[in-house]
Design a protein around this ligand. Structure first.
Ligand code: GLN
Length: 445
């Protein structure tokens, strides 16, 4: 009954472009198979969800919202999908994204733009756009996402929902179509932190198919999530909070007082401004370069959509020319330039060294503190018409600040914080890598 209801609700958002594939038959069959097993004690039993369309789903088309993958039907499930299946949740379908995960807006899916469910003049954010949409709209209690720079945590802020990027390696990336493997992380959207803990418990763990995954000691988090230790040390970067719009900055300082009133500490920390100022270019250097090599298999020959050509070079050229959108091409061009041997030494290796400096700066913070509070943004979801003028002179670094947690692999969660009319602005909490429970406990405070 629940699956049927969700399918009906999904049909109502038909014009939104948020859904790439509604797997009606598959979902109904799975749900009715479940009825026979009703003694399951899984908290996710029968719970419907959507997967971002860059997760491989067995026998269900997986396109990553790219024309070049139209018609690709994987013969296997991503590990995260298998684990959710083993927990008896029900996959309803696949959600649209900025093509191949490249973007933060929801305007780059090959199937058309996705707008904010609360205000269609505004962006929904991305790249996990459709997943944010269906959770914000209340169609499903959770959806999978992936986060390379901020693709879960920024749209969570724009849509007033919870978005969690666990530690790098906490969840296997096997079957996640890659954008930038040294940064890509599997994560989720929910409407509250407790649901996030349940889904994390179901999906965390080492996977022999992903060499970067690790054996998580963070088990049974559901039972421990309300036990945040006394005198937890929260930190914030003063310059960052002071650079926010004054009314938002004030809200942060008010919150710090409330946290202290609960017996915890809130301390101000420093972060070298010259490192914050290069966050965005370093992210671009690394992610664009990795995206070129990791997507080299999308050539129209092995799988997906093949264009005509008289030989394989022409087939590849035509397939890639027609198959990719402008944003992807732009990133490939810049990335390919960086991968040129000489440029690797001059630019890419430098970028990796600077990444290391950023990680060291974060290590210093986490040596002394438990939680780093970061503002995902100080604005509600921008109007599509004003997207180009959105940058605030001299404070551009604020736009990419969530990327810090991708550089060092920290668990990082965005939860609802402020409301302006019907739109939200989130707050983001980060912990030391592999301290996912602490991060979730802090989010429940
Ligand atoms: N804003 C980032 C970008 O445009 C987000 C991408 C991501 O996390 N997948 O690259």
């Amino acid at each position: 009954e629940l699956t049927k209801l969700v399918i009906e609700e999904t049909k109502k958002i038909n014009g939104s472009n948020a859904i790439n594939n509604l797997s009606e038959e598959f979902a109904l069959k799975n749900a009715s198979n479940l009825d026979a097993k009703f003694n399951s004690n899984s908290l996710l039993f029968g719970i419907p969800y959507f997967a971002k369309d860059n997760f491989a789903t067995k026998n269900i088309e997986t396109t990553s919202s790219s024309n070049i993958l139209k018609g690709y039907i994987p013969p296997f499930n991503a590990t995260a999908i298998s684990k959710l299946e083993a927990s008896h949740s029900v996959l309803i379908g696949k959600t649209a994204l900025d093509e191949l995960g490249m973007g933060g807006v929801g305007l780059y899916s090959c199937n058309g733009i996705i707008t904010n469910p609360a205000d269609s003049q505004r962006i929904v954010g991305g790249s996990s756009s459709g997943s944010a949409y269906v959770v914000a709209k209340g169609i499903v209690p959770f959806a999978t996402g992936s986060d390379t720079g901020d693709s879960i945590r920024k749209p969570a802020s724009f849509n007033n929902i919870v978005g969690f990027k666990p530690s790098y390696g906490a969840i296997s990336r096997y079957g996640l179509l890659p954008y930038s493997p040294s940064l890509d992380t599997v994560g989720f959207f929910t409407r509250n932190v407790t649901d996030m803990v349940v889904i994390s418990d179901a999906t965390f763990g080492y996977d022999v198919k992903d060499a970067t995954s690790f054996i998580s000691k963070q088990e049974n988090m559901f039972e421990k999530v309300n036990n945040l230790k006394e005198k937890t040390k929260f930190a914030y970067i003063k310059k960052v909070i002071d650079d926010l719009r004054p009314e938002v900055s004030q809200e942060y300082y008010d919150l710090f007082k409330k946290i202290k009133a609960k017996g915890h500490e809130v301390v101000e920390v420093q972060f070298k401004q010259e490192l914050l100022d290069v966050l965005s270019p370093i992210y671009k250097m690394i992610s664009f370069s990795e995206s070129v090599s990791t997507n080299a298999n999308l050539d129209g020959i092995k799988f997906g959509k093949r264009e005509f050509g008289k030989d394989y070079v022409e087939i590849i050229t035509n397939s890639r020319t027609k198959g990719f959108g402008d944003e992807v091409k732009k990133r490939f061009i810049v990335g390919a330039l960086n991968l040129n041997k000489e440029n690797q030494t001059i630019y890419l290796n430098k970028a990796k060294q600077v990444r290391r400096l950023i990680v060291e700066e974060l290590n210093k913070i986490f040596d002394q503190n438990d939680i780093l509070i970061i503002p995902p943004t100080d604005k509600v979801a921008p109007l599509i018409s004003e997207l180009k003028n959105e940058k605030t002179e001299g404070k551009e670094y604020l736009d990419d600040i969530l990327t810090l947690a991708n550089f060092n692999g920290s668990p990082s969660i965005t939860i609802p914080f402020l409301k302006e009319n019907k739109l939200g602005i989130g707050i983001n909490l980060n912990a030391k890598p592999k301290n996912d429970l602490l991060c979730l406990q802090a989010a429940k405070l």
